[in-house]
Design a protein around this ligand. Structure first.
Ligand SMILES: CC(C)(COP(=O)(O)OP(=O)(O)OC[C@H]1O[C@@H](n2cnc3c(N)ncnc32)[C@H](O)[C@@H]1OP(=O)(O)O)[C@@H](O)C(=O)NCCC(=O)NCCS
Length: 157
């Protein structure tokens, strides 16, 4: 088990996907460089196929979000970890990630994977490590072929 949370009291956490407010989620994506162009239909579909989905709430305001794609047995990938600008550096990102790593439906998962270009320190604090030898990525272009490494089509944080 990871150490106990040190999150300020007013923030509530949920793993109820049905509770996600799509309008507020789109607003959170808008503040990222990698998710700003996502549409309501795309986001709803992605959400329908993600589990668990973790949200952080300051009253009625959704101030944090992350989602997992997993076989619920061996492997899990963590996507779209976002905390509202106004609520950063208060432990909310860390608390959401702990809820992912300790989620009962992921109890047997032995490997958690994620992509990041600029938030390594945040994930390292949680125990993630960069593995240059293992990671391979195939980016698909709109035409269906493989994108060049500099193709802006693949916007993954
Ligand atoms: C990354 C992100 C989710 C972190 O959320 P957060 O709630 O601010 O993070 P926490 O307060 O839980 O931070 C926990 C620790 O992570 C580290 N950390 C968090 N943000 C950091 C940053 N910008 N630079 C360096 N370290 C950072 C610190 O060690 C921090 O502990 P400290 O505040 O006691 O020093 C948030 O900055 C964010 O939403 N960024 C924009 C979206 C994004 O890029 N998401 C990641 C996609 S890969």
């Amino acid at each position: 088990m990871l150490p106990a949370d040190d999150v300020p009291e007013p923030i509530a956490y949920s793993d109820d996907r049905a509770r996600v407010d799509l309008a507020q989620l789109l607003a959170l994506y808008r503040i990222t460089w990698w998710g700003a162009e996502r549409t309501l239909d795309q986001v709803r579909r992605a959400l329908d196929h993600s589990h668990p989905v973790i949200t952080a709430w300051d009253g009625a305001r959704m101030v944090g979000f992350t989602r997992v794609i997993s076989d619920l047995t061996y492997r899990a990938t963590v996507w779209d970890v976002i905390v509202a600008d106004t609520h950063r550096r208060r432990g909310i990102g860390r608390a959401m990630m702990r809820r992912v790593l300790e989620h009962p439906d992921l109890a047997t998962v032995g490997m958690f994977l994620l992509l990041t270009k600029d938030q390594h320190r945040f994930y390292e604090m949680l125990g993630f490590r960069t593995d240059h030898d293992m990671c391979m990525v195939f980016r698909r272009t709109p035409a269906g072929g493989a994108a060049s490494p500099k193709d802006p089509h693949g916007k993954d944080a």
